[in-house]
Design a protein around this ligand. Structure first.
Ligand code: ATP
Ligand code: MG
Length: 400
């Protein structure tokens, strides 16, 4: 392989001072984590960029495939290194450009002489390298403005460094650099996307799912585990709490008038989520709610549901159209899992016409006759906890 190392550029250039240090540390940790099975890889971080080295070319190839998923990377480029002599640079330039699809592409050489004692001027060197490449590789034309291929040569004392392509990174901030939150993860399309977007903002995610067996099946749970597993590929391992919700839902059906039972169901889900959040030391709760999508997502409903807690509830999709949510879910690989048929605990018990404008006082009044608190305690205590991916249990303990 022609490449000797990868140059990784950070995003979020507005970061300053202490933040930057933490950003770089987290990013380094997350890159190592994403590549932990590639044994020959080492990293060197600097203030505004990082270098990745691999002794095994297969590890390098695999790193190039995985880095586009790691948040906090703006872009990265494979780098080829050679001796800082004119001849070596010419040969390496042919090798580097030759490794790229060139037919019909435009091209330009840009030389930087960091080592000023190098015996040839920048302009002359650009000409020499450019004409060597054109002579040896077919199908290229020269273009000074916005060429398809920009061959950059940086000449330093210890050697010359050549790059010819820039891969786009995922952008955003390193997962874990902006705290930890609890994601309410259903088997639907929206909540995995909401989790992904918060991870992109640097929030590490732990998930909670409400299951109502036997009304919801093992397959529905398996699906949620796969969604959590998919999310884990964008950051660190994801812990998933599965809450047994059947008894509470049956009690709601018995005690609460049908047209507001959905509101109560959501309120109790949120109360439970908040208890788990507190136990786990997470700072906020994330949901996939989007304004106006269904009866429980009107502003009136959200107000009635939200009033059970003062914990920040992050709703990254609140203003996003369904079609846009679908397109994100397709691009992050959760869509195909989400559209598998499954029974959601909420829809099974949903009355045909839930109120779109529930009155908080009324809902509180109806709830006041039942001791939901002790049922909530029981549900929290009886939850089952999993770590995704399934082999990552130990790793997770080190993360928090
Ligand atoms: P989704 O596609 O995420 O299921 P949705 O548009 O179907 O969202 P709802 O079913 O009303 O909307 O759910 C709204 C939000 O409540 C979900 O995005 C999710 O965060 C949370 N939620 C719903 N059902 C569950 C569940 N069974 N377990 C955990 N969270 C849930
Ligand atoms: Mg849903």
């Amino acid at each position: 392989m022609v490449w000797n190392e990868l140059l990784i550029r950070y995003g979020e250039m507005s970061l300053k001072g202490r933040n930057r240090k933490e950003f770089v540390q987290k990013l380094r940790f997350n890159i190592k984590d994403a590549l932990s099975d590639l044994k020959t890889i080492t990293l060197k971080s600097e203030r505004d960029r990082m270098f990745l080295f691999a002794d095994d070319p297969n590890d390098m190839k695999e790193a190039i495939l995985r880095l586009p998923n790691v948040f906090g990377i703006q872009s990265f480029s494979p780098v080829a290194k050679c001796e800082a002599t004119i001849e070596s640079i010419q040969n390496k330039a042919i090798e580097v450009v030759g490794s790229i699809e060139t037919s019909g592409k435009s091209f330009k050489v840009e030389v930087k002489r960091t080592d000023k004692s190098f015996p040839m001027e920048t302009n002359e060197l650009q000409q020499v390298v450019g004409s060597t490449v054109l002579k040896n590789i077919e199908g290229l034309t020269v273009k000074m403005k916005k060429p398809d291929i920009l061959l950059k040569v940086d000449i330093r004392k210890e050697g010359a460094y050549l790059t010819a392509r820039v891969y786009r990174g995922a952008g955003g901030m390193p997962v874990g650099s902006n705290g930890h939150s609890l994601l309410m993860l259903s088997g639907g399309i929206d909540s995995p996307v909401a989790g992904y977007l918060m991870m992109k903002r640097g929030v590490s995610i732990e998930a909670i799912h409400f299951a109502s067996p036997p009304f919801t099946s093992e397959l529905a749970k398996e699906k949620v585990m796969e969604l959590a597993e998919k999310l884990s590929t964008y950051g660190a391992a994801v812990k998933l709490h599965v809450i047994p919700f059947t008894d509470i839902q049956q009690e709601i059906v018995k005690q609460i008038p049908a047209n507001v039972s959905m509101t109560t169901t959501r309120r109790l889900m949120l109360k439970i989520a908040d208890k788990v959040r507190q136990e786990q030391g997470a700072l906020a709760i994330v949901t996939g709610e989007s304004l106006g999508q269904v009866a429980s997502q009107t502003l009136e409903s959200l107000t009635a549901i939200n009033s059970v807690t003062t914990t920040p509830i992050l709703r990254p999709l609140i203003s996003t159209d369904k079609l846009d949510i679908i397109s994100i879910s397709q691009s992050i690989g959760t869509y195909d899992i989400s559209i598998r048929p499954y029974e959601d605990c909420c829809t099974i018990f949903t009355p045909s016409s839930p109120k779109t404008k529930p009155k908080l006082e009324k809902v509180e009044y109806y709830e006041s006759f039942t001791d939901f608190e002790s049922m909530i305690e029981l549900a929290v205590a009886n939850r089952k906890t999993y770590v995704l991916p399934r082999e990552a249990k130990d790793e997770f303990e080190n993360l928090l």
